[in-house]
Design a protein around this ligand. Structure first.
Ligand code: ATP
Ligand code: MG
Length: 566
């Protein structure tokens, strides 16, 4: 059988959904403005990537695949206090796992620290940057309000010589953290706060993951980002809408230093996925405060979490394609993501049987000690997935849910005196219900109709088909059933309330179930459809082939969200 050669039915999008950024790119290539495009994905290594980042990755790397051009991976590592090497490693893993390859080596904004410093001196030489002695509170105070224009810092008119001297001494470590900054000299009366003499360098003694203690001054994001883009020859610098007001600063910096390239910044809307969060800061809080096991907890909307849960790269890429790129709100229901995963796995995942809430069935007319078996294919549409023998013997597990003593109307599964077909096997009838001391059903006594193997019973219709396992052949498995992490669509929308109040206390249920022997030896991350139950993935770390079986439910067979969610 071919579980390992998991080929994905969702191919690179043949039906490309066009959008305004594609239109711009096509225009720029068509007019000859660019012969090829250069994009970049610029994460800050201050946490694990989430589904929102996946949108950005698919956009930036996807454009570079669809048009002549390439995409860089660049870490925006300008805030040493929050950045960690572990995050940078995980981010690279995520981009590769999603199926993308960056152009050349990984880039780091910190690679450009010396160049950034030199450009800052160039701004000082031109009288376009000054060293300020105001502290953070004072700077805020001088900035004014919506009604009241900002005021110039009293240090704004320092001479070029004095500014150069002070800036060099900032770099040399002569001043305390926070005691001085370097600010661009733009316009304190601008209605755009980003142009009110923005701070471009600050003093901060923090150990940096790459440059160690070489620097005690660090460039600010806005200053660093545009220059890094230009140094890499980026043609289209794609970012989310909250940077729209930063674009004038992006352009101002590049217009006032000697650099040949001026990328075009284009903004698109952030993805917001309902019933979860797309904020690294809040996801970090869930990890740090122990509400989830770790960043890769399968309930997390992180790429690591989705991977561990059993989501597929093709499914996530398809999701990114479907949600599109625009400037309007991009609020998307979880059912859209799950639909993409389900579609991918529907065709790609081999099918086996598992029982998650077992109820014992004894086949009274089946001889003890005898095993029979029947071949069953791993996928009805894919004979090439191969087949295995499904053994049957006197004792079986069935799903407790598939039996009802007092069946609701329309019930097609097992009931006292009723019949049902065992998938790939006989029709059985329930003759007797065995209870324990407190009246709980613990076992069913059933009989097979020996004439029903591979054929319909004569003279009556049996509609229901249930999954089952032979108890002696079944393999015990830990099965982790996941539900949504939050109980409300927008857990962080209400500013008066803490998003933690909306955590779903039932988001994880661990059950002890049974699976077919085929699942015992499968590799970690093998995905199956457990018939009638959903799509499951052998846990990346806890599943030990041949020894310990651990499966995570990736997604159910049907959409249970669309109806419930408002
Ligand atoms: P967060 O707010 O979760 O910390 P961020 O924007 O600060 O996210 P970065 O590491 O700076 O995280 O993001 C890298 C890239 O991913 C940026 O270009 C950013 O615009 C993009 N990105 C982040 N979140 C989303 C989202 N929800 N939808 C689309 N793109 C996003
Ligand atoms: Mg950020």
């Amino acid at each position: 059988m071919t579980t390992s050669s998991h080929h994905s039915p969702i191919q690179p999008s043949t039906t490309t959904v066009s959008h305004f950024i594609r239109t711009i790119v096509e225009g720029d290539l068509g007019s000859g403005l660019h012969a090829a495009i250069q994009t970049r994905f610029p994460p800050e290594p201050n946490g694990y990537l989430h589904i929102g980042h996946a949108k950005s990755i698919c956009l930036n790397f996807g454009l570079a695949q669809d048009y002549p051009g390439s995409c860089n991976l660049r870490f925006d590592d300008t805030n040493p206090a929050k950045e960690e090497a572990e995050y940078a490693v995980a981010i690279q893993e995520d981009v590769r796992w999603l199926g993308f390859a960056w152009n050349g080596d990984v880039r780091w904004a910190s690679d450009y620290f010396s160049v950034l410093y030199a450009f800052a001196e160039e701004l000082i030489h031109q009288g376009l940057a000054f060293v300020d002695d105001l502290n953070a509170d004072e700077i805020r105070d001088y900035r004014g309000t919506l009604k009241e224009a900002g005021r110039n810092s009293p240090y704004r008119d320092r001479s070029v010589t004095e500014n150069l001297d002070l800036f060099r001494r900032m770099k040399a470590g002569e001043f305390a953290d926070g005691s001085k900054t370097l600010r661009a000299k733009i316009d304190m009366t601008s209605p755009n706060i980003n142009l009110c003499d923005p701070v471009i360098y600050r003093i901060k003694r923090a150990h940096h993951i790459r440059t160690g203690d070489a620097w005690c001054i660090y460039p600010m994001y806005d200053y660093t980002h545009c220059i890094s883009d230009a140094l890499e020859g980026v043609t289209h610098s794609l970012c989310t809408l909250e940077f729209t007001d930063h674009r004038p600063l992006y352009d101002w910096v590049l217009d006032h230093i000697t650099i040949p390239c001026h990328p075009r910044q284009i903004e698109f809307s952030r993805l917001e996925l309902l019933y979860t969060l797309t904020s690294k800061r809040k996801l970090l809080q869930l990890v740090q405060q122990g509400y989830v096991a770790d960043w890769d907890d399968p309930r997390m909307p992180t790429i690591h979490g989705m991977r561990r849960r059993g989501y597929t790269p093709a499914g996530i890429r398809e999701f990114a394609r479907r949600i599109g790129i625009s400037k309007s709100d991009n609020v998307v229901d979880m059912s859209v993501l799950e639909g993409c995963i389900r579609e991918d796995l529907e065709a790609a995942a081999p099918r086996v049987m598992a029982v998650v809430r077992p109820l014992k069935v004894v086949l009274t007319n089946f001889e003890p000690g005898v095993t029979m078996a029947r071949a069953a294919g791993f996928h009805p549409q894919h004979p090439e997935f191969g087949e295995r023998e499904v053994p049957i013997a006197r004792e079986l597990w069935i799903e407790a849910d598939d039996f009802a003593e007092i069946p609701p109307s329309g019930w097609q599964r097992l009931t006292p005196g009723g019949e049902v077909r065992l998938r790939y096997s006989y029709v059985i009838r329930c003759d007797e219900v065995i209870r324990d001391a407190v009246g709980q059903v613990v076992e069913l006594r059933c009989s097979i109709d020996p004439a029903t193997l591979g054929q319909n019973p004569v003279g009556r219709k049996v509609k229901g088909v249930i999954h089952w396992l032979s108890t002696e052949h079944a393999v015990p498995a830990e099965i982790r059933l996941y539900d949504r992490l939050f109980t409300v669509p927008r857990p962080d929308a209400d500013k008066e309330r803490d998003f933690l109040e909306f955590l779903n206390p039932y988001s994880l249920e661990v059950v002890q179930g049974w699976v077919e022997a085929a699942a015992l030896t499968c590799a970690p991350e093998t995905r199956y459809q457990f018939e009638r139950l959903g799509y499951f993935c052998a846990d990346r770390f806890d599943h030990q082939p041949g020894q310990k079986v651990v499966f995570n439910r990736a997604v159910g067979l049907k959409d249970t969200w669309a109806k419930e969610s408002v």
